[in-house]
Design a binder for this molecule. Sequence first.
Ligand code: GLU
Length: 266
Amino acid sequence: MRIKTDSFQRIVVKVGTSTLTHEGGTMNLRKIEKLVRCLADIKNTGKDVILVSSGAVGCGLAKLHFNRDTLTLQQKQAAASVGQCDLIGMYSKEFAQYGHVVAQLLLTKDVVDSEVRYANAKNTLETLLEAGVIPVVNENDTVSGEQIRFGSNDTLSAVVALLSDADLLVNMSDIDGLYTADPRRDPNATLIDCVAEITPEIEAAAGGAGSARGTGGMVAKLQSARTVTEAGIPMIICNGDDPAMLYAIMDGTFIGTYFEAKGTQV
Ligand code: GLU
């Protein structure tokens, strides 16, 4: 896929649990180190970078040895609070190597439902970006009950893109992008490199759920693509397996699915 990238000054990058952790939930240090290096380098080119990172629950579960099959809500929330410390500690240390400062923002859905909270979150983000900080955002899983849950960081990343008036949302997944069918089941499935409009055919292609460790799946990604593209922000789904894909995106040639912002063309 080839796109023009001149207008991408502010970028939100969402990375999922399956990219950041190993099967058992422990941190995938090699991937995290690569990701941080890429983001730091993109930041060095003068871009504003916001990272939406999952992985808190997964890391916490691995550390507390809670059984995933019998997990209670309280255990999950406790795991998130432990895992989030590890995550932000890791990001803070890794970004510091390149001279960058990170901030931790933990949000719940009620931010969107209240004008005052929305304005507060927006102003804080703007102030951090103006100060050259890299905000690292996650859902506040420890307090988020049913009423105030985003439910997936795909949804959260779309909200963050809107909150920050981003120019691009990149959703790094465990798959190359949106396929014509589920490539894990259909060998004839092909990658869709550009979506001008989210039609019923595109929705049908998104089909099933995601990996065992993440929560989003393609349906949630498509919903977040709809939210941001309607607000004039393009979105890319690409594979987080090699974080260097972010360089390819910034260079304008990459493997993935590009969702055009409404009213624009590639
Ligand atoms: N907020 C969750 C976490 O940090 C992940 C949710 C998601 O992967 O969509 O573990």
